[in-house]
Write a protein that binds this ligand. Structure first.
Ligand SMILES: N[C@@H](CCC(=O)N[C@@H](CS)C(=O)NCC(=O)O)C(=O)O
Length: 416
């Protein structure tokens, strides 16, 4: 299964200046330019701030009243063209303007068997829903010792970067970004570049599973990694009995993935990265139609495939947990909030409350990662306040979904 990406951040330095200038002039043009220019600072002469220069120029051209339509239409044309250019390079689309996800380069041939005792290392970033899948399966299977992790954070140029130190987060044991524990690199691109087989100039994406001895990328496709964590490392797992993809449910799992991946997991990105109104309309329609279908299904079924938690649930969860805090606002997935779907919200809480799952959900890292990094969608980089109902306390409230399992069991007993 292929997956979607964030795109690398553009450095805001060039284009954001124009936007700040628009805002400055449109909404704050009564601020005296002379005052700004004559300001002295205690630290001696400094270069004038670009905002001040732009507001001076516009004031000279148009005076201090609200800017005329010309200013707005000029900036609109410039911004639209820059935006189209950025989007076409960073979020490739088809001829209708629909986002098309690039394929992952390093795939596992599943079922993947490992010779001897492989030393593996997992690279992730906390905002990324695809990487989040691997953290959840790793936690549920008890693979933390068998597969150590390094957590990168988004850097200013859009690449994944490591911090020099990892500060332990004592706050509910939530994962936090830190250093590269396997290779000591400054960024993920550096790790990809260490491949013994030769460098790599493609996208340095997370999640990435690194084969320490071979010095090779074992895989950078999330679904392959979670299938492998589920069944390929049972000799090393603390919870080998948990099977998130039992044989008898494989067909159902595939069916759900086939609907949820294009319409929900990738669907939210297709809303956010749409480059035409038609592309957005079709993505948002597919997204909410699918959420309605899943909402109805979850009225009588504890998980997607019945009473058993599967990989399909893990994949749905990482999109749902980001829905109200990110996708609803930034990606214009606005028809409804997730909290308005009682069954989906109960299902989300059910999974959030499973041991060790909450620790994989770092809400501030997720929000920063999207609002501060996806520059073309949020040029001001201002992060909205966390919507109520999305914080840890709200997600820890009772969900009562066990009763669905019990109800199903009772039905089964009375039928037989
Ligand atoms: N197909 C991949 C997609 C992974 C992906 O796109 N990851 C994004 C973060 S959400 C990334 O690392 N992007 C960096 C880049 O494109 O340079 C998967 O499912 O594992």
């Amino acid at each position: 299964m292929s997956s979607v990406s964030h795109f690398p951040i553009l450095s805001p330095t060039t284009t954001s200046t124009a936007v700040s200038a628009t805002k400055t002039n449109r909404f704050a043009c009564h601020v005296s330019t002379r005052m700004s220019l004559n300001q002295t600072t205690p630290r001696g002469p400094q270069l004038p701030n670009p905002k001040t220069i732009l507001s001076t120029i516009t004031n000279l051209l148009w005076g201090q009243s609200l800017p005329p339509g010309l200013l707005i239409s000029t900036v609109r044309t410039a911004w639209n063209s820059t935006w189209q250019l950025m989007m076409s390079q960073l979020a490739p689309s088809d001829s209708s303007g629909s986002y098309t996800r690039p394929a992952s380069k390093f795939r596992l041939n599943l079922p993947f068997t490992l010779q001897n005792s492989p030393k593996l290392h997992l690279y992730v970033g906390l905002p990324c829903p695809w990487a989040h899948r691997t953290l959840i399966v790793r936690a549920l299977k008890g693979l933390e010792d068998a597969v150590p992790v390094s957590i990168a954070g988004p850097g200013q140029d859009g690449s994944w970067e490591f911090k020099d130190i990892t500060t332990p987060n004592r706050d509910r044991n939530i994962l936090v970004p830190g250093k590269d524990n396997a290779n000591g690199c400054q960024n993920l691109k550096g790790v990809y570049g260490l491949r013994r087989a030769g460098g790599y100039d493609g996208r340095a994406t997370v999640p990435m599973l690194w084969d320490v001895e071979k010095k090779e990328v074992a895989c950078n496709e999330s679904y392959d990694i979670i299938e492998f964590f589920n069944s390929g490392l049972n000799g090393l797992a603390r919870n080998p009995g948990l099977d998130l993809s039992p044989k008898e449910l494989k067909g159902k799992i595939e069916e759900w993935n086939g609907v949820i991946y294009p319409n929900v997991n990738n669907g939210v990105y297709r809303c956010g990265f749409a480059q035409s109104q038609e592309a957005y309309d079709s993505a948002v329609n597919g997204l909410f139609t699918t959420l309605e279908i899943v909402e109805d299904h979850l009225a009588t079924s504890r998980y997607l495939c019945g009473d058993t938690l599967t990989l399909a649930d893990v994949c749905l969860f990482t999109t749902l947990i980001r829905f109200d805090i990110v996708y609803n606002v930034l990606f214009k997935c606005t028809k409804k909030k997730l909290i308005e779907y009682p069954n989906l919200h109960g299902y989300l809480r059910d999974m959030y409350q499973m041991p060790k799952v909450a620790g994989t959900c770092n809400f501030s890292a997720i929000m920063d990662g999207y609002y501060k990094v996806l520059f073309p969608l949020n040029p001001g980089s201002i992060s909205p306040v966390m919507p109520s109902g999305c914080e840890h306390e709200a997600l820890s409230t009772p969900h009562n979904r066990e009763s669905l399992s019990l109800a199903n069991k009772t039905t089964q007993v009375s039928v037989s």
